[in-house]
Design a protein around this ligand. Structure first.
Ligand code: NAD
Length: 500
């Protein structure tokens, strides 16, 4: 057992609220640490530290910002194995997947290293006689980030890299379920030369988040998590005058047209549905085969399932680890009986899995992979975000019916089409109401120099996260109109200013 402390003003700060939360080792099903839960006063201390650090960091040369990011990038790259091991230990994902997560986070740091270029403003010379106009982008001040359990390193890096590079200071409230990665990132930023107070980490739950939402010195909130919380955070923080991007949950569909390569589509569906035990906001949770490919596709997916190796994330042979908590595992499993009761067909039942001789109800929070066919949009297994290794199949009669299904779904994070028909692909990407679309790519997470974000109930706010939209989110524009007149020609003129 160990304690996980806050990190404020460049120092580890033990919690003083007297409240702690359990941090499990999901592969063994035991509590391995306890995390301090911040009180409002502890959040205030972190925001105070960020506010104090802001004027100095804002005034620091851009080239220095880039230098710190480069140094941090080197540290992160050199120690990615250490970070991945922490992710595996607290989240449960397999080491290889954890390393992939770190690499995608690293890309955001790579992008932010180009901050001097990204913050270049614009200039118009001689817009009127002797008048020039310049637009610059300036940081907002103290920004806060609230992150989910499923990407304990990558999602914080989506926010931190851009926010800090732009000259803001930051308070991060990571998921209380796997909080150690955030503290490690903050320590490594300090080691890279980030001044104390520029990045602070406070742990906690709703109490800490509520204080961040109402704190007058917090200018912007980036949130990633489930839809109900995202919606509420967006409403409350915008009402308080803050800038907000709140990314929510998802139900990602993968449409397979009859002309698609069957094996390629089946491989993609299995990888995208069960990777990271389905605990990815871009996981495929519904496959939509169109027409006669339905039965062959279901058979091809089913044939691949027994080969998936489930085990502790630290086992190099394992391809899929446990779920985050016992409660989440049981909630996911509850959808299987519910689906059968509603008339769907349980093609594969993940509750029957054994890991190291123990069934999925044994010590770790394991659940095997499930495949459910003949799922209708009215069923709970379709309506809810399950966030586990459960793949639903909703058959469609036509391309138009498949697109209509996606467009009627309240979420719009990602979706994919598998086909060899370029015309169908063009029509799909034009018509579908989703923020991120894959054509023969099942998990279309944009690279770091594009931005990430869904539509509809998957994102509340106007700007997507990271990439160019991230830079816009963490800065505000200022337009300077200047003239250096010759004092000899100066006179009083009460007329409306003219361009001449
Ligand atoms: P969650 O909404 O339960 O928690 C997210 C964060 O909000 C955590 O830091 C948590 O402490 C805090 N929180 C929880 N309840 C709160 C409340 N009532 N008031 C204030 N703060 C609260 O999400 P999770 O279970 O950690 O993560 C899984 C969810 O995140 C899924 O819905 C998944 O789709 C979503 N997600 C979305 C994206 C995306 O980019 N759209 C990325 C990753 C995860």
């Amino acid at each position: 057992m160990y304690d996980i402390d806050h990190y404020v003003a460049g120092r580890s700060i033990p919690g003083r609220s007297g409240r702690f939360g359990p941090v499990y080792d999901p592969a063994r099903g035991i509590e391995q640490a306890r995390v301090a839960m911040a009180s409002a006063a502890e959040v205030d201390a972190a925001v105070g530290s960020a506010a104090e650090a802001f004027p100095g960091w804002r005034a620091t040369a851009l080239s220095r910002h880039a230098e710190v990011l480069f140094a941090f990038r080197e540290i992160l790259n050199a120690r990615k194995g250490e970070l991945a091991a922490v992710l595996t230990s607290e989240h449960g994902k397999v080491l290889n997947d954890a390393l992939g997560e770190v690499s995608r986070g690293l890309e955001n740091v790579d992008f932010a290293c180009g901050i001097p270029h990204l913050l270049q403003g614009s200039f118009s010379e001689q817009v009127s006689n002797g008048v020039d106009v310049t637009t610059v982008r300036q940081p907002l001040g103290v920004c806060a980030g609230i992150t989910p359990f499923n990407f304990p390193a990558m999602v914080p890096l989506w926010m931190l890299a851009g926010a800090i590079a732009c000259g803001n200071t930051f308070v991060l409230k990571p998921s209380e379920k796997d909080p150690s990665a955030s503290v490690l990132l903050a320590r490594w930023f300090s080691e890279a030369g980030l001044p104390p107070g520029v990045l602070n980490v406070v742990h906690g739950d709703k109490e800490a988040v509520d204080r961040l939402l109402e704190h007058p010195q917090v200018k912007a909130i980036s949130f990633v998590g489930s839809t109900p919380v995202a919606r509420s955070i967006h409403q409350r923080a915008t009402a308080g005058g803050k800038r907000v991007q709140a990314l929510g949950g998802a139900k990602n569909h993968m449409v397979v047209l009859p002309d698609a390569d069957l094996d390629l589509a089946a491989d993609a569906a299995v990888s995208a549905a069960y990777g990271s035990a389905g605990e990815r906001c871009m996981a495929i949770s519904v496959v939509v085969p169109v027409g006669e490919i339905a039965q062959p596709l279901v058979d091809a997916i089913r044939r691949r399932l027994p080969a998936i190796r489930i085990g502790a994330g630290s086992d190099p042979a394992a391809e899929m680890g446990p779920l985050i908590t016992a409660a989440h595992r049981d909630r996911v499993a509850s959808y299987l009986d519910a689906a059968r009761a509603e008339g769907a067909t349980l093609v594969a039942d993940g509750r029957e899995v054994t890991v190291g001789g123990v069934t999925s109800n044994g010590s770790g929070f394991f659940l095997g992979v499930s495949l459910i066919d003949h799922v209708e949009p009215s069923m709970a297994v379709y309506r809810d975000e399950i966030f586990g290794p459960v793949l639903a199949v909703t058959r469609a009669d036509s391309f138009a019916a498949a697109v209509d299904l996606i467009n009627r779904n309240p979420w719009g994070n990602g979706c994919a089409l598998f086909t060899r028909d370029g015309g169908a692909a063009r029509r799909f990407q034009f018509e579908v109401e989703c923020g991120m679309v894959g054509i023969n790519v099942p998990i279309p997470v944009p690279v770091a120099w594009h931005s990430f974000g869904g539509w509809k109930d998957s994102l509340f706010g106007d700007l997507h996260i990271y990439g160019p939209e991230g830079i816009r989110f963490y800065t505000r524009a200022k337009v300077i109109t200047s003239r250096w007149p010759d004092p000899a020609t100066s006179r009083v003129d009460l007329g409306f200013p003219q361009n001449r």
